[in-house]
Write a protein that binds this ligand. Structure first.
Ligand code: SF4
Length: 360
C-alpha cells in the first residue's frame, strides 16, 4: 500500500473529520507567512474548513509589510547619481506614495537591476566600480542571513561600493504587537515554516506562555496545515497551550544556530516601521556598528521620506487580519494584479492577490 502524500484527498478528509471532532468552540487562526496564505487558497482549504474555523491572513508577506516610507526611500535611492539599485523582482511593481514604482523609475532612466541572489549584487559592484550598488534588503529572518553573508563577502572582497538598505523585519515582535491589540480576535497562530527553520521554537513560546494561545509550526501542504489546525483545537480542548513543531522534517526545535550567529554578527535589532502595524520596537535589523559603512542611507546622506498613506488602500487592515481583502472598496475594481493599488495585490504572496487569483 503506497504511503499517502500530504495532499492526498483521503488523508485530508480524515484530518478534516478529526478537526470537527476536536473542535468545541469557534477558532480564528492567523497565518503569518505568505507561502501559507497561498497554500491555503490554492489547496481550497477555506471552502473545506468547518464553519467554526476562521482563517485570518496576517503580516506574513515581506513585500506587503514594507512601509510606504521605505518604498519612497527606494525611489529616492534610485534617483541618486551613480547609484545602481539591486533588488529582487517582487519589489519592482510596489507602488510608492504617489503611485510610482521602481519600474517607473527604471523606465525614466534610473539604474535598477533585478537580481536572484544578494550575491549577484556583489557581481554588479565588481563590474561597476564607479557606482554605488545598493541592495534593497526586504524580508524576514529567512532571507536576512543571506544578506548578512553578502555583507561579509563584500568586506572580504573589499567591495567598498556595495551597500544595503536594510528593511528586514522580525516575526516574533510582530506577533506580540498583534496580540497586544485588544481587538485582535486571534485564537491561534500557524507559525511560519521558513522563518522557524532559522529561529526554532523558543522565540515563539511567549504566545502560549503569556497569551494562552496555541502556536504551531507548520509545513505547506494541505495535510500539514490541517494537522496544525487539529493540534490547535486539541490544545483548546485540553486547556494547555504550547508551541508545537508540526514540521519536523524541515524545522529543528533549535532552528539554525549558524544562521542566527551570522545575523547577530552583521546586524543588531532595531525598531522597524511596518505597513499597517506602525513602529514595532525591536522588530527590525540595522547594520551592527562594525558594518555601518555598508548602510546605504547613511552613506548617501538620506533618511526615510515622510509620506501619506496610499489613497483608498486598506492593506494596513488586511495585514492585521481585520479586513478580508474583498471588503476593500477597491478590490477587483480599481485594484487588480494587472493594476495594483497596494502591495498586497502586487506580491504573489499578498492576501489581496491570493483572494483575487483563487476567489473567495
Ligand atoms: Fe490595497 Fe488593493 Fe488590497 Fe484594497 S485590494 S487593500 S487597494 S492592495
Amino acid at each position: 500500500m503506497p504511503t499517502p502524500t500530504l495532499h492526498d484527498p483521503e488523508l485530508c478528509q480524515a484530518l478534516l473529520r478529526r478537526l470537527e471532532d476536536l473542535l468545541d468552540r469557534p477558532m480564528r487562526f492567523m497565518e503569518v507567512c505568505g507561502t501559507h496564505t497561498v497554500s491555503i487558497f490554492r489547496g481550497g482549504l477555506r471552502t473545506l474548513l468547518p464553519e467554526q474555523v476562521t482563517h485570518l491572513t496576517g503580516p506574513g508577506c515581506p513585500v506587503c509589510v514594507t512601509h510606504d516610507r521605505e518604498v519612497a526611500a527606494f525611489l529616492k535611492l534610485a534617483e541618486q547619481p551613480n547609484v545602481i539599485i539591486a533588488t529582487f523582482g517582487d519589489l519592482m511593481r510596489v507602488p510608492g506614495p504617489d503611485g510610482r514604482s521602481l519600474k517607473h523609475a527604471q523606465a525614466d532612466g534610473a539604474r535598477v537591476s533585478v537580481i536572484y541572489s544578494p550575491l549577484d549584487a556583489l557581481t554588479l559592484a565588481a563590474d561597476n566600480p564607479d557606482a554605488t550598488v545598493v541592495f534593497l534588503g526586504v524580508g524576514f529572518e529567512t532571507t536576512a542571513p543571506a544578506v548578512a553573508a553578502t555583507v561579509l563577502a563584500a568586506e572580504q572582497r573589499k567591495l567598498d561600493n556595495f551597500a544595503v538598505f536594510s528593511c528586514h523585519k522580525l516575526v516574533p515582535p510582530a506577533l506580540a504587537a498583534l496580540l497586544g491589540d485588544p481587538d485582535n480576535g486571534i485564537d491561534a497562530f500557524l507559525l511560519p515554516g521558513h522563518v522557524s527553520t532559522v529561529l526554532g521554537l523558543s522565540p515563539f513560546r511567549f504566545v502560549a506562555e503569556d497569551w494562552k494561545r496555541p502556536a504551531i509550526v507548520a509545513g505547506f501542504e494541505p495535510a500539514d496545515i490541517l494537522d496544525a489546525l487539529c493540534r490547535m483545537a486539541r490544545q483548546y480542548r485540553e486547556g494547555e497551550f504550547k508551541v508545537e513543531n508540526a514540521y519536523p522534517r524541515a524545522v529543528n526545535d533549535d532552528g539554525n544556530p549558524k544562521a542566527r550567529a551570522i545575523l547577530s554578527q552583521v546586524f543588531r535589532t532595531a525598531d522597524a516601521l511596518w505597513r499597517g502595524l506602525g513602529v514595532i520596537p525591536g522588530s527590525g535589523l540595522a547594520l551592527a556598528p562594525a558594518y555601518q559603512r555598508f548602510d546605504a542611507l547613511a552613506r548617501l546622506g538620506l533618511s526615510l521620506p515622510e509620506t501619506k498613506p496610499l489613497p483608498g488602500c486598506r492593506c494596513g487592515e488586511v495585514l492585521k487580519g481585520k479586513m478580508p481583502p474583498n471588503e476593500c472598496p477597491l478590490f477587483g475594481k480599481v485594484c487588480t494584479p494587472a493594476n495594483p493599488v497596494g502591495p498586497c495585490m502586487v506580491s504573489t504572496e499578498g492576501s489581496c492577490s491570493a483572494y483575487f487569483k483563487y476567489g473567495l
